[in-house]
Design a protein around this ligand. Sequence first.
Ligand SMILES: [Zn+2]
Ligand SMILES: [Zn+2]
Length: 187
Amino acid sequence: MPQNLILLLQAFVALLGAYFLIFWVALVLWTARDVRRRSRDVLVQILAVLLVLFFHLAGLLLYWVLRPAETLAESYERSLEEEALLQGLEERQACPNCKQQVQPDFILCPNCQTQIKRRCPACDHPLHLRWEVCPYCGQSVAPPAAEAADLAVVSAATPPDLAEAAEPATGPATPPVLVEASAAPAE
Ligand SMILES: [Zn+2]
Ligand SMILES: [Zn+2]
């Protein structure tokens, strides 16, 4: 009877040991796979595996705390999303004059009638004012006359202060020198 008990105990211990070993190997493998999805740094990968290899569950806990929060795929996806968002912002542009939101194919601002774009003379696509060639059909477009005209209007509207400043210069210009000159040679 005691012989049987010892055998049973031995079997139990062996089973426990095997379970422990398999569990350990599984933990190490899982860590190796997980860290490879989160970091390209070989040193970090080796350190993570060693941590779990030597400290078992405690090592795994430490790894859980210290591992990069995002997998590489997740961070790549996030960067793609951010880029798309930025592009969307760029496309949803505002009128340079009144900051009203305008559609990308608007020629004029509907709020203040500022010219935002012009049409390609060949294919009729809306083009940025600064573009010198149409990206849709390759037609070279003359530099915009509209911008130059705007500048001329602005400079023509400014000079009233200059006119005011010039006025008082005409007053005390007549010299009293002539009287003295005619009085001196009397004899
Ligand atoms: Zn506007
Ligand atoms: Zn064109």
